[in-house]
Structures are given as C-alpha cells and as structure tokens.
Design a protein around this ligand. Sequence first.
Ligand code: GLN
Length: 269
Amino acid sequence: MSEFELRLGWLYPTLMSTYGDRGNVICLQQRCQWRGIAVTVVPLDQETDPETFKTVDVVVGGGAQDRQQEIVMRDLQGAKADRLRSQLDAGIPGVFTCGSPQLLGKYYEPGEGQRIEGLGLLDLVTKHPGLNVPRCIGNVVFELTATPLADDLKAMLEEGQKPIAIGFENHGGRTYLGDVQPLGKVIKGYGNNGEDGWEGAFHRNAIATYSHGPLLPKNPLIADWLIQTALRQKYQQAIELTSLDDRLATQARAALLKRLELPTLAEKS
Ligand code: GLN
C-alpha cells in the first residue's frame, strides 16, 4: 500500500494535549506505518495559514482545560473555522475528544466566565454547571450506534459482535445534543451529561466523543475506520486495509471489561 499517503491535521497540539489524546495521533501514525502508508502530521494552530486547513485528510483534536480551550476557541474563528467546517462537511474523517467537540458545537459555557461561541458545526451545546459541581470522571463504555459508522464497524467485526468503545472521561461540561446523531449509547459512565444516556456525536465522518483513554489505541477498530475512510475519501477507490496483530489490545480490552463487570462485551481473541 506504499503508494498511499495521508496528511493528519492535529488541532492545537500544545494547547490541547492535557489529557493524553496525542496517543490518537501516535496510534494513527503507527498503524499507517505498519502498512506502509506515509503520514505527515500537520499542526493546525495559531501559526497556521487558514489554507493549510484545506490540505489535510484526517483531523485529530484533543481535550484541554477551560483556559486553553478558550484561547483556541477565540483563534479558531473566521477563515480557519470556515476551512475546517467545509472539510468536515465534505466528509473528511476526524476524531475530536472532550474539549474539541465542545468547540465544534454552538457554544461552551465554562465553569467560570462568559459563554464562548463555537464553530456551530455540530448542533450541540455544552454547559459547565460550576466548579463546585463534581466532574464526570471514570471509565466509560458505550455501544457505537451512529450510522453509517456502526454498520461499517460491524462489517469489520466477527458476525454478531457489537461495536463497543472503551475510554476514560474527565469533564466538567455537560453536552446536550440538538439535531445531530449521538455517537453511541452509554453502558457504563456518564457520557454527554450523565442524564440522557448518550455519548458523543457523529457528523458526516467526524467522531466527537468524551472518551480519552486515549481512544484509538484502546479501540483499534475505530483507528482503522478513520484510516480507511480517509484513504477512500482521498483516493476515491475501495481500499481494504491489511489486518494487524491486535491480540494485545484485545486482551487489554477483555481485562478492562471484566474489571468493569461487562465480560460478555469482549471480542474473541
Ligand atoms: N474544559 C472541558 C471540561 O472540563 C474539557 C475537558 C477535557 O477536555 N477533558 O468540560
């Protein structure tokens, strides 16, 4: 597959790397490298020319604390916001974790201070109920239900297996969805707000989630879906990825699901 290459846009690497989500970048890079697919990591931040946003094939955005998130939300406006919005609307895939979906939504109300406008790409709003209210922290397990993502993932799994994601959440903000699909249904944890049972959001090929972990090394199936979707989108041809030896990841998932008293959700290794 060495003729293929991907440009991976990484949103504000220095400001939005508080929660270990750089692991998503490393995971995508490594899984591409094992298959001979070249990857160039392109930082998308304050220094970046807006036109560069148009050149990437897949986007990763990580979590941030409120203060850093606010700096990003103020920078990601105008031409940069337009370019990112049109890329995601056109179907380039991405994974956006915690603080990132909050900024892709309509607005974020931080624990202290004024409401900050988001990109409005996702019809969702996020409100932090205040610094005295407990944060949503802990392991999270959810079934991916968004279409067509869930069907694509089922096709990559063994017959009859459900696409289950495992992660770790740590957020003060509570997200409420408008006219946008949820990413999945919470089995364990809080998800978007700890009330309505939904986790994340899904728009075209963009995955928005509260799940750190980081998400992709814990859920290699989602990493491969992103790579496959990015390649198909870029090269406009049916591309099947070669399979990798994921036995260690599968064992780690089974161990965690057992600890969380959900052993029946584990895949066969
Ligand atoms: N600032 C956000 C919150 O606390 C995001 C936190 C995060 O990215 N983990 O809700």
